[in-house]
Design a protein around this ligand. Structure first.
Ligand code: ASP
Length: 323
């Protein structure tokens, strides 16, 4: 794998490989010494133009557990705020010898631009671009679902037969988009629930069912329900009457939680707006996978970095052996 830019173009084989390697990485994380020498001598740069807590820390932990050197480059307080372009920043990273660049950017498509630019030779990982995609989030979500439903060794399993319902601000959500592509590639049935104002215009071409009524979707008995954060920072207009009204119609509260099937799981990518899209009862219930998602995120990002950086090296060796 050269870059990880989206889940839309990931094949089933590539997706399963990422999930299976994540499983191996997760196994190593229960050992006494969790650090692997795999990426010793490699440099991973975290290039974050947008705020992040979980994702940046998770990539940093993943790279460090594989023994890579990590450089954190936050746009705020850097030359970016003095107007330096993506090209100049990328060329600086190239000069510093970055082997992988993990980029988060407010503009949809920025990671692809970087990967296709020729400014750097590093592998590029999309850590969230605008409202476009957030592939490692979807991978960790799929991994979490697989683990909950197929138990200790879920290696090789796809998600055929599982119903996943994604609820809320789909319009602004790169998490929703990445999950739609990945989960359907893995064979899951995906339903989107949102206020009509927060459904993207091109949704009719997506492989999903759209429902506007959360109660109807809950009564359909999903295996997993994923609540999306209402992205107030991306809203320039009023998309719903009030926060109270939103939570009444599209929030997962105690009553709705109680109507879900007994073995269903409740997911949220974080950060949560408690009391808005998700109530404390739902967020903290035993069905909630919120913290499992965070923990699994490290294993999934280790897998992504490994396949980008060590996988490449393996291929070179294979070529040498074949000669
Ligand atoms: N943390 C996720 C993202 O960066 C979800 C969110 O912010 O709502 O897209």
């Amino acid at each position: 794998m050269r870059h990880l830019l989206d889940t839309r173009t990931l094949s089933l084989i590539e997706a399963l490989r990422l999930l299976d390697v994540s499983e191996e990485m997760r196994d190593t994380q229960s050992r006494e010494i969790r650090k692997l020498p795999t990426l010793r001598g490699k440099t991973v740069v975290n290039l974050f133009f947008e705020d992040s807590t979980r994702t940046r820390i998770s990539f940093e932990a993943a790279a460090k557990r594989l023994s890579a050197d990590v450089i954190n480059f936050a746009a705020k307080g850097s030359s970016i705020s003095k107007g330096e372009s993506l090209q100049d920043t990328a060329q600086t990273l190239q000069a510093m010898g970055a082997d992988a660049v993990v980029i988060r950017h407010g503009a949809s498509g920025a990671p692809r631009t970087l990967a296709a630019s020729g400014w750097i030779s590093a592998g590029v990982v999309n850590a969230g671009d605008g409202t476009h995609e957030h592939p490692t989030q979807a991978l960790l979500d799929a991994f979490t679902i697989r683990k909950r439903f197929f138990g200790a060794d879920s290696r090789g399993h796809d998600l055929a037969g599982l119903q996943v319902t994604i609820v809320g601000d789909v319009l602004h959500s790169r998490v929703a988009r990445s999950n739609v592509w990945l989960l359907t590639t893995l064979g899951a049935d995906v339903t989107l629930v949102a206020p009509p104002t927060l459904v993207p215009q091109d949704v009719s071409s997506w492989p999903v069912r759209i429902v506007y009524d959360l109660d109807e979707a809950i009564d359909a008995g999903p295996d997993a329900i994923m609540m999306l954060r209402v992205q107030l920072e991306r809203m320039k207009a009023a998309y719903f009457p009030s926060e109270r009204e939103y939570s009444r119609q599209w929030g997962l509260d105690a009553a709705r939680l109680a109507r879900l099937p007994a073995d269903s799981i409740v997911m949220h990518p974080g950060p949560m707006n408690r009391g808005m899209e998700i109530s404390a009862d739902a967020a903290d219930s035993p069905r909630s996978t919120v913290l499992e998602q965070v923990a699994n995120g490290v294993s999934v990002r280790m897998a992504a970095l490994y396949l980008l950086l060590a996988g490449e090296r393996e291929t070179t060796h294979e070529k040498e052996d074949a000669r």
